[in-house]
Design a protein around this ligand. Structure first.
Ligand code: S3P
Length: 175
């Protein structure tokens, strides 16, 4: 059945607040495939929080660490990875992910992202100091800038297509 696929390799991409981690956890239960959060793995490897990495080592350092961590998935047989919002946009990661698994863009509108993120800013270095209006503007321009990368994903789920059934269908097509 679709629940016992071998070789399921999924990269969830998309903006901060789109629900990548949420969906990774949900799919993990549904499909019995191990789920990993890329940000958490980087934090473990670096032994500090994303916020500390940005503050102490800078974004470029973070992007390198992120790309390096991502590459380790080439050796894994089954996984669902929730990427960071910027993962798809640096170091040829998008191309790499498309070669090593199925990329799925979780695409929520800016209004939804803003609403969710306004309460979850403190650990996200790129938005932690923004008020609601600035956050909204930041997200709009980031999404516009990043869409060319997100667009390269194999699948895009937005609006009412963003459901467990939609993920099932995608996974069923990839034994
Ligand atoms: C980032 C998103 C974050 C994290 C870092 C940078 C981004 O991940 O990787 O703060 O550039 O959009 P989430 O999408 O899980 O918040």
């Amino acid at each position: 059945t679709a629940d016992t696929k071998v070789g399921t390799k999924i990269f969830l991409i998309g903006m901060m607040g789109a629900g990548k981690s949420f969906w990774a956890e949900k799919l993990k239960k549904r499909f019995k495939v191990p789920a990993y959060d890329l940000d958490s793995l980087v934090e473990m490897m670096e032994e500090k929080s994303i916020k500390e990495i940005f503050e102490e080592d800078g974004e470029e350092y973070f992007r390198k660490a992120e790309a390096k961590m991502l590459r380790l998935f080439s050796e894994k047989k089954q996984f669902i990875v929730s990427c960071g919002g910027g993962t798809a946009c640096y170091n040829d990661n998008m191309k790499w992910m498309n070669k090593h698994g199925i990329t799925i863009w979780i695409d929520e509108p800016v209004e939804v992202l803003s609403e969710r993120l306004s309460k979850e800013k403190s650990h996200r270095p790129l938005i932690k100091d923004l008020d609601d209006e600035a956050l909204n503007n930041f997200l709009s321009s980031k999404l516009e800038e990043r869409a060319t990368f997100y667009d390269q994903s194999a699948y895009r789920l937005s609006g009412d297509k963003l459901s467990e059934t939609a993920f099932s269908k995608i996974l069923a097509g990839h034994a």
